[in-house]
Design a protein around this ligand. Structure first.
Ligand code: NAG
Ligand code: NAG
Ligand code: NAG
Length: 395
């Protein structure tokens, strides 16, 4: 009978809609509140994670946890790429960059090219708390820090002095000069600009950038009140041209946090990351409905199209406690550390880097974001068939 057939159809359709409404949200946005508080940080800096977690565990704020995690790396001179005594610039001097962001208020404190003060993340927090500015740089940032009670110290170590001496002995290789005379690929400066030149930024980068000259600690944390914060600390690229600032202290590039959706922190080739505001992009991707892994992938997808050889890593944490990460061109993959309420130990993760083939038109990214849609279509079809099969409308 025609009416029976129609009833079957209407019945199964309404059942499917009810089921979709009941469990769909669960699949779309898994609420991992059981994980909160949580802290995630770039690289295998487990001591930093531990320092941040120890405060979250005591119900301290995510801002305090970020300061603790970054300060620990500064103190330990993680990989010589965070804190004093590492990454000498072309004058042999170590300068520091850091930022901190409160996702609930969008207050930010940032310092760049800071000289002679060791605890740069704490100076960044002081900029946030004791001024209505967002960013201070160079000698004047040092003056501000001294006024706020920090002490002036020597940021050189025997290690940084040795690195600087070796660099000079190697004819100032590598360096970051381009289109200058004499040829910077085999001469030291001083240099003069060339009148005619071509852009070769990309070809050049791949050879000299490796993980030993651009690690940064970047961290994102949510405290027991559900409040999110993010931050970074670094001494920048080894042998940088004095005055160079990378992505780390730039809000939206080095890190970003928004109470509505989540946060992100990036590491790697900072001169490239800050051209794409990758942390901001990843957070916006969360806002547009991607999960943290998709958000991380899509943020780096923006970079790989223009700089296929750039080395970048990013960690993303959504406000529900879900996290993900992605990387480009880091040989052994990109490690990161997570500690949350649901874990008794920090977990070390390693994400394999994306390749350009992941970003061709109609690529994996499109498929990944279409996955939920496809899943539900298949679910509806199977469900309809089952209901249809079990409904006897022949009589
Ligand atoms: C997540 O679930 C908890 C209870 O399990 C609830 O209190 C909280 O409001 C939920 N959070 C979000 C963001 O949905
Ligand atoms: C932290 O807060 C939670 C929930 O409010 C409470 O159960 C716990 O005892 C607190 N822990 C400390 C160390 O204050
Ligand atoms: C800073 O420390 C280094 C390494 O210990 C030392 O060689 C250098 O002389 C010191 N610089 C100043 C200005 O004290």
């Amino acid at each position: 009978m025609e009416t029976s057939r129609k009833n079957v159809w209407l019945f199964s359709l309404s059942l499917m809609i009810i089921i979709r409404l009941c469990i769909g949200e669960y699949f779309d946005n898994i609420n991992n509140t059981g994980r909160i508080p949580i802290i995630i940080n770039t690289w295998a800096f487990d001591q930093a994670n531990k320092a941040g977690w120890s405060l979250l565990e005591k119900n301290k704020s995510s801002l305090d946890a970020i300061v603790a995690a970054c300060s620990e790396c500064e103190y330990l001179q993680c990989d010589h790429t965070v804190g004093w005594g590492g990454s000498p610039d072309e004058n042999g001097e170590t300068t520091l960059d850091a930022m901190i962001m409160d996702g609930a208020t969008h207050r930010i404190g940032s310092v760049a090219a800071l000289r002679q003060v060791k605890n740069v993340i704490a100076v960044a927090k002081a900029v946030m708390e004791h001024s209505s500015h967002t960013m201070l740089v160079g000698d004047q940032a040092t003056d501000f820090a001294i006024a706020m009670g920090f002490s002036k110290e020597n940021l050189s170590s025997q290690w940084s002095i040795n690195q600087f001496e070796q660099w000079k002995a190697s004819g100032c290789q590598p360096n970051y000069w381009e289109n200058v005379h004499p040829n910077p690929r085999n001469h030291c400066g001083p240099y003069e600009p060339l009148d005619e030149y071509e852009f070769n930024d990309d070809k050049f980068r791949y050879k000299i950038i490796d993980r030993n000259n651009h690690d940064t600690i970047g961290a994102v944390a949510i405290d027991h009140n559900g409040r999110i914060a993010s931050g970074t600390s670094t001494n920048g690229m080894k042998h940088k041209i004095p005055g160079r600032v990378g992505d780390s202290p730039i809000p939206g590039a080095g890190s970003y946090a928004d109470q509505d959706v989540g946060g992100a922190a990036a590491t790697g080739d900072g001169d490239i990351i800050l051209r794409f505001l990758s942390s901001y992009q990843a957070v916006e991707n969360l806002r547009n409905g991607m999960d943290p892994t998709q958000a991380a992938n899509a943020a780096l997808g923006r970079i790989i199209r223009k700089y296929p050889k750039a080395q970048v890593g990013i960690v993303v944490l959504d406000i529900h406690g879900n996290y993900g990460a992605a990387c480009l061109n880091i040989d052994d993959g990109f490690p990161f550390i997570v500690r949350s309420r649901s874990q008794s130990q920090p977990s070390k993760h390693l994400v394999e880097c994306l390749s350009t083939s992941d970003f061709r038109p109609n690529s994996i990214l499109t498929i990944r974001s279409d996955f939920k849609f496809t899943f539900w279509i298949i679910f509806y079809t199977i469900f309809y068939l089952i209901v249809h099969e079990n409904f006897d409308y022949q009589n």
